[in-house]
Write a protein of this length. Structure first.
Lengths: 326, 296, 305
């Protein structure tokens, strides 16, 4: 049985201008020990999907309108907060994009590291401290005992992200959700953090849900990738299949837009148009207005992912019906 | 791509609309706004109301009548000298509100100028000016104003100035802080923008950033000032006869509390209601004008 | 840390000096003198009193003498109470005011923090409005109204406490409530604002992601940052609390420093005014320093400035 099964998740935000439908019918699964990449632009709903699973959305503006998130038999979306807390930090951990603001500036590093242990396990402070120090070494921080007594602002960005990873993995969770963990970091540090995460994955064997807008990051790290747009899943497949056998115009357009892959000296490729207005979702496929392959039917039929090849889903109508070559 | 100028326009034009929307949703603040407006209106029209509706003026004495509880002739009763309480309340409110407003304006004037100069100048000038503020903070307000009032006679204008002159300290600090924060942004903007656009950007950005805290603090200063005036009247240093303010009325009422409780209740209630409303309005304004992002 | 305190100390001396000078000249330049109020005083007696206290000397001479005395710590005699020196009066009345002040502070903190925390956690809901409204009472009802009202209700009608006096522990309750209510309103407002600000930060979300319950999130994560504005406010306010409130002391018949403070100004009791001003200034500066130290302890980011 998969570790996490998300079925038809739907959620929206109440704003003064109306209801923004941020996630419209998202479904996916993660097996134990598997790494799933979640890719999309800003506003695609990728981060919000994960916050919904973890119950971290600001209420009352955010509302989960439907769906399930079944983790090891229990529907996380239906649990009361006290029950949910038994999973958060212990079986499912999350790391965030900006390590500076995500760490408590008023608290020492060791206190923050020890906290998940003290909350979830019956353990003495001394034992928790020892495990915290071990964890700091494991993530590659030199001189852990001195560093543990310091405050977050005394660390560099890369070191802080290592601390966040240590904090998330100290309880040996089954699933780690990483929300754009490298976006706020320098390029060289990005590579180091990704290496660290690979190493921890090998040692601890946890499943990882990696959110990113960067295809490059995802390609070297994930077993499977899911592409989201305007709150819907557009395509999902094994990593190699997604890149070499792309089955959705949006994914193809994303690949073409990567500056590093383009011919020098020519004008950069951009996807024409702008992401859709979540307040007034149009019927049909959300990418249709910008898609070079769109036909009339695309604006009417709802974009639902369907298996088009073994282990490869696509929401593109034309790929499903005509096997459109991309 | 729209030109950068348009973006800035959008940002600041809708900032006030945004703020107004947020304020509207805050029920307590709206309640405060309405109450203050109604009270101000009533007190402002004290003359016509006294003349046509009540039929008594605030100085009309009726010594034979003495203090009498509320009845259908004197709706809120009378005081020791037979004067109509409602009339006294309206005229007293006028004075109290005026003192509040004018003293706040004085402190605004001094504080904003001082703070802006200090913030813009920066460096040593700023350091010296702020040190002066720190020193003045250590002066016990009570004694300072009492000394002023005792020495230089009891003049209602002096009252405004004296009270306002004490409140400007905090305003100066707030304005200086804001100016320094804006200064950092402005130089970045100026570096990027063309020379011509700079002044416009200055006005589009400085105004919302500075006006916000000033409005909030001014709204919150008025009730503080009114309390101070009441305190001074309690000491006999505030408003002098023939004028009276709510503070004077409260003092007289406190003396007659046991026998004629209405003399205390109505002015105290009026003052409390006004202070309440102004404070909630100020808090609401602060929430509404907080530019640093909201949960929306 | 020691350098920080030492620097403050050094800065204080010129401040006090300027303060003393300003107060001195302001008082002397005012019309009237300490003995004009004495109703039966004839010119000769006045002259003799003035000479006795050295008030007939040239102004500058008096100033130098005053400064010299101050440096010795001698605050001079009280004109109003000839048999006592200012030092004595302060020494006797300050502890009373201080006790009242500390008890009022306790009331302010307990009521204010309770109201502020509840309001922040239930933002814009009924409990937010309710607790802030309750807290506001302290700001909107002047002490000289609240005092008599409380006396009327609890002492005269319900007879739970005495109406006045400072003899039994029970006597502390009403004055502390009256004085504390005003500060409680500020504490409530500031802690609500501070908490709301902190609760918006990302690290609160991290704490929730770690599985921390609501109590832990508030107490261990939010409060530290949320209380910063309260501490900033309390620094100078404690000085005011400690020196007593004239109104509360008058209404409840408490022999504290506040009363002496105010009547001294009325009576042109020069030495008493000077002594009070300087005493208050030292307290404010001391309390500001204490508040700054606490702020640095609460907010580690400040430690390396």
């Amino acid at each position: 049985m998969p570790l996490l099964t998300v079925n038809h998740l739907r959620m929206s935000f109440q704003t003064r201008a109306g209801t923004a439908r941020a996630v419209q019918d998202v479904s996916f699964q993660i097996e134990r020990g598997e790494t799933l990449g979640l890719v999309g632009e800003s506003g695609s709903g990728k981060s919000v999907t994960c916050y919904s699973i973890m119950g971290l959305l600001p209420r009352p503006q955010a509302r989960i309108e439907g769906g399930q998130a079944i983790f090891d038999g229990a529907d996380l979306l239906a649990l009361p907060p006290r029950e949910l807390n038994r999973y958060r930090g212990r079986r499912i951990s999350m790391i965030f994009q900006d390590p500076m603001t995500s760490l408590n500036p008023y608290s020492r590093i060791e206190t923050q590291l020890m906290e998940p242990l003290l909350i979830h396990e019956k353990i003495t402070r001394a034992a928790a401290r020892r495990r915290a120090l071990d964890m700091l070494s494991a993530v590659g921080l030199p001189d852990p005992s001195a560093r543990a007594r310091m405050y977050p602002h005394e660390f560099s960005g890369g070191m802080r992200q290592r601390v966040m990873i240590a904090m998330a993995l100290i309880t040996k969770p089954d699933l780690l959700i990483a929300d754009e963990p490298t976006t706020a970091l320098d390029v060289t540090v990005q590579a180091q953090i990704l290496e660290l995460m690979k190493r921890m994955r090998q040692e601890l064997g946890m499943a990882i849900l990696l959110i990113s807008h960067d295809l490059g990051v995802v390609s070297g790290f994930c077993d499977r990738v899911m592409v989201m747009y305007a709150g819907r899943v557009m395509e999902s497949a094994r990593t190699a299949d997604l890149f070499y056998n792309t089955r959705h115009p949006y994914t193809r357009a994303l690949q073409k837009s990567t500056p590093a892959l383009q011919v020098k000296g020519r004008e950069l490729y951009t996807i024409a148009g702008a992401p859709p207005d979540l307040l007034q979702p149009l019927p049909g496929c959300p990418f249709a207005p910008r898609c070079e392959f769109a036909i009339e039917a695309c604006a009417r039929a709802e974009a639902i992912p369907v298996e088009v090849a073994p282990g490869h889903d696509s929401a593109c109508l034309r790929v499903q019906k005509e096997n459109l070559p991309l | 791509m729209p030109p950068p100028d348009l973006h800035l326009d959008e940002k600041s034009a809708s900032f006030w609309q945004d703020a107004w929307h947020r304020l509207r949703k805050n029920r307590l603040a709206m309640f405060g706004l309405v109450v203050v407006a109604v009270l101000a209106l009533l007190c402002g029209l004290a003359g016509p109301i006294c003349g046509h509706i009540i039929g008594f003026s605030y100085e009309q004495q009726n010594l034979a009548l003495g203090p009498v509880g509320p009845n259908h002739v004197h709706w809120l009763g009378t005081d020791r000298m037979g004067r109509d309480m409602l009339a006294r309340l309206l005229y007293g409110g006028r004075i109290s509100l005026m003192v509040g407003l004018l003293a706040t304006v004085v402190s605004l004037f001094i504080g904003v100028t001082y703070g802006a100069v200090s913030g813009f100048a920066g460096g040593n000038v700023d350091m010296v000016l702020m040190r002066c503020v720190d020193i003045l903070y250590a002066l016990p307000f009570t004694i300072f104003v009492i000394l002023l009032m005792v020495f230089f006679g009891q003049n209602i204008i002096l009252l405004f100035v004296a009270i306002g002159a004490v409140q400007w300290l905090t305003m100066a600090r707030i304005v200086r802080g804001q100016v320094m924060a804006i200064k950092q942004q402005e130089f970045v903007e100026a570096a990027r923008a063309l020379g011509l656009r700079r002044r416009r950007i200055l006005f589009r950005h400085i105004l919302p950033n500075l006006l916000g805290p000033i409005i909030v603090y001014a709204t919150l200063t008025v009730p503080e000032v009114m309390l101070l005036e009441a305190f001074l009247s309690f000491l006999g240093l505030g408003v002098q006869p023939p004028h009276s303010s709510w503070g004077v009325l409260i003092k007289e009422g406190a003396e007659m509390m046991e026998e004629s409780p209405w003399m205390l209740i109505y002015p105290a209630a009026a003052m409390a209601l006004t202070l309440f409303s102004l404070n909630f309005l100020g808090d609401g304004l602060r929430d509404a004008l907080d530019t640093r992002g909201s949960k929306e | 840390m020691i350098r920080f305190v030492a620097r403050r100390f050094l800065e204080t001396i010129p401040v006090l000096f300027i303060l003393a000078t300003a107060t001195f000249f302001m008082m002397r330049l005012a019309p009237g003198g300490p003995f004009l109020a004495e109703k039966q005083a004839s010119r000769e007696i006045q002259a003799r009193m003035n000479a006795h206290y050295g008030l007939d000397q040239p102004l500058f001479r008096q100033y130098l003498r005053q400064m010299k005395n101050l440096l010795r710590g001698d605050l001079g005699p009280s004109f109003k109470y000839p048999s006592r020196t200012v030092n004595e009066i302060i020494a006797q009345s300050f502890p009373v005011s201080a006790e009242l002040g500390l008890e009022s502070l306790a009331v302010a903190l307990v009521l204010g923090l309770l109201a502020g925390i509840i309001a922040a956690l239930k933002q814009n809901a009924f409990w937010d409005h309710f607790s802030m409204s309750l807290a506001m009472i302290g700001l909107c009802v002047p002490t000289f109204v609240m005092g008599p009202l409380l006396i009327s209700a609890f002492a005269l009608h319900l007879e739970w406490c005495n109406a006045a006096g400072w003899f039994f522990p029970r006597d502390r309750v009403l004055p502390a409530l009256t004085l504390g209510a005003y500060y409680a309103a500020y504490v409530a407002r500031l802690s609500r604002g501070g908490l709301l600000e902190v609760l918006r930060q990302d690290f609160i979300r991290t704490a929730q992601a770690k599985g921390a319950g609501a109590a832990r999130v508030v107490c261990r994560h939010a409060l530290r940052g949320g209380l910063l504005p309260v501490v900033s406010f309390l620094g100078p306010s404690i000085a005011g609390l400690l020196t007593g409130s004239f109104v509360v002391e008058t209404v409840f018949g408490i022999p504290g420093l506040g009363r002496f403070f105010v009547t001294a100004a009325f009576n042109r009791d020069y030495c008493m005014v000077m002594g009070s001003v300087l005493f208050y200034a030292v307290l404010v500066i001391g309390m500001n320093l204490a508040a700054d130290i606490v702020l640095v302890w609460l907010n580690p980011k400040l430690r390396f400035d």
